[in-house]
Write a protein of this length. Sequence first.
Length: 132
Amino acid sequence: MCAVSQHQRSRMRGEVNRPPLPSSDLLLELSSLKDKLSKMSSDCHRDKLPEYEAHLPVIYAVTPTYARLVQKAELTRLSHTFLLVPNLHWIVVEDAEGPSSLVMKLLQHSKLNHTLLHKPTPKPQKLTEKVN
């Protein structure tokens, strides 16, 4: 005789065994744990930011950027590097009519001191691609 568990037999007959719904106590505990995890995560991120050091000068980093496929990856990499620098103010200048939501969200999420500017390059000054 084949040793088949009750669960496997019920699945073979097409029966569906659903697990019981969690009790309200479990849901409250889950909610509490999610809150604790969120707080720990934000505390962890806050610890990464360098403290303002009055004896050091402010460093201004100016980054020109424009919309392209690798823009988010490059700005994310740069923001992670800038997290290591105390007293840094990051100035990002977009070549666009207005600020993009991608860059705004990235800067807000980075928690770095920053300024976001935008100004499109005039058409006569834009570089054109070479056609071979």
